[in-house]
Every structure is written in C-alpha cells, then in structure tokens.
Design a protein around this ligand. Structure first.
Ligand SMILES: Cc1cc2nc3c(=O)[nH]c(=O)nc-3n(C[C@H](O)[C@H](O)[C@H](O)COP(=O)(O)OP(=O)(O)OC[C@H]3O[C@@H](n4cnc5c(N)ncnc54)[C@H](O)[C@@H]3O)c2cc1C
Length: 198
C-alpha cells in the first residue's frame, strides 16, 4: 500500500492508495501539490503504467523540480512527464543475474557483478555506497535471508513469496530496504523492484 498521504488531501486514489496525478505530476484540482514515486500512479504516453521503481521515482522527482523551477522563474513549464526505461536488471541466484540494456545483455556471474556495481553506483552519496556495500558483503558472506513478503496462502505449507532478487545472493531484500532507508536511490535501470499492483 502506498502512503496515506492521498487521504490527507482528499485526492483520487486507486485501491493501493496511489494518487492519480496529472501529466505534470500535480494532483488534479490542487495545482500546487505534486505526488511522485510510489505515491503516484499515471501512465506513460504509450499507455503503459509507470513502474513502481526507484528510477521512475527519481525521474518524477526531477520532473517536479523542473516544473517548480519554471514556475518560480516565470518560464514555460516543461511538457508532460515521460518515463524513460533504461533497461532491466535482476538477480536470479546467489551469484547470477540477468542484464538487458537496449540490446546489451549479460547473464550469470558477470551479470551479477554488473547488477551489484550498478545498484551501488547509483545510490545517492558516498556514505550510502560504502554502508550498503558492506551490508551486502555481510549478507552474502553470512548467507542471510532477507525480508519476505507474505502474499497469500500456499496449499503445501509455505506462504511467503520472496521479493524478486534484491540482495547480491539473490535473496529477498533486506539490503535494498537498507538502501531505501539510508538516504539514497538509484537511477540504475532495474526491473526487479516490487511491482506496482493496483
Ligand atoms: C522490498 C522492495 C524491493 C524493491 N526493490 C527495488 C529494486 O530493486 N529496484 C527498484 O528500482 N525499485 C525497487 N523497489 C521499489 C523502490 O524502492 C520504490 O519504487 C522507490 O523507493 C520509491 O521511492 P519513493 O521516494 O516514492 O518512496 P520511498 O523510497 O519509500 O520514500 C518515501 C519516504 O517517505 C518517508 N515517509 C513516509 N511517510 C512519511 C511521513 N508521514 N512523514 C515523513 N516521511 C514519511 C519514508 O520513511 C521514506 O523514507 C523495491 C521496493 C521494495 C519494497
């Protein structure tokens, strides 16, 4: 579920609590209020929903920054927000990942290194990069299991589904959560984030 912020301002929301924003990411009827990232829902010009990933959130934040700068300078505002998908990265095991960037593909160990370096590279701030690198190394060496999402009951016992590959060992994602909470996010192309469901 998205933040409850949508209810605070009485905005139109979907079932997950995301605010249906206009093409400039403002809240309809409240032109000075914007919603971005996981809190916002809108579709791209091609009709596809914008994914609930860190790169999308960063792009939205940048766009709102441009809108605000234009408004305060009395300039024409930029056109509608357009999400640019740079590619997909996903871990698929303890030392294996797939990378797909505009026709450029990597798999296996080299893909896993690419995945890890890209995620750390795009974290905001040197401190975050160092902290997350050490946390990932620790998780990897100690075979730690990350957080799990419980998505429903399975007929044969287990009822938890992993968030698709977030730690370097392909386990679900304690470390990404660490990244989420330590001041940072990535503009790395990613596909393995939690999907947006409505
Ligand atoms: C387990 C998991 C794995 C993911 N893996 C990936 C991935 O590999 N790649 C990827 O691109 N995306 C991934 N995502 C999605 C990605 O984390 C989000 O899309 C992205 O963080 C959205 O950014 P945001 O700024 O909208 O929200 P957030 O990053 O969640 O930031 C919102 C911030 O607001 C703060 N906040 C909330 N309520 C309040 C309040 N009332 N007052 C003040 N502050 C408040 C929160 O503490 C938080 O710091 C993952 C998400 C999850 C849950």
């Amino acid at each position: 579920m998205a933040s409850a912020a949508g209810t605070w301002i009485g905005a139109e929301r979907d079932r997950a609590g995301r605010i249906r924003v206009g093409s400039d990411l403002s809240v309809p009827g409240q032109v000075s209020v914007f919603a971005v990232g996981d809190l916002a829902i809108l579709t791209n010009a091609d009709g596809k929903p914008i994914p609930g990933t860190a790169p999308a959130a960063k792009q939205m934040g940048r766009h709102v920054g441009r809108v605000l700068a234009a408004r305060s300078a009395g300039r024409a505002e930029p056109g509608p927000f357009a999400y640019r998908h740079h590619g997909d990265l996903a871990t698929i095991g303890r030392r294996s990942a797939v990378v797909s960037l505009n026709g450029f593909r990597l798999t296996g160990l080299i893909g896993w290194w690419f995945w890890g370096i890209a995620h750390v590279w795009y974290l905001v701030g040197f401190r975050s990069r160092v902290v997350v690198s050490f946390e990932w190394l620790w998780s990897y060496l100690t075979f730690q299991r990350g957080a799990r999402l419980i998505t429903g009951r399975e007929p044969h016992g287990g009822n938890a589904a992993r968030v698709p590959g977030q730690t370097p060992d392909g386990q679900a994602n304690e470390n990404h959560d660490a990244a989420r909470t330590s001041g940072r996010h990535t503009d790395a192309p990613m596909s393995s984030g939690a999907p947006r469901s409505s």
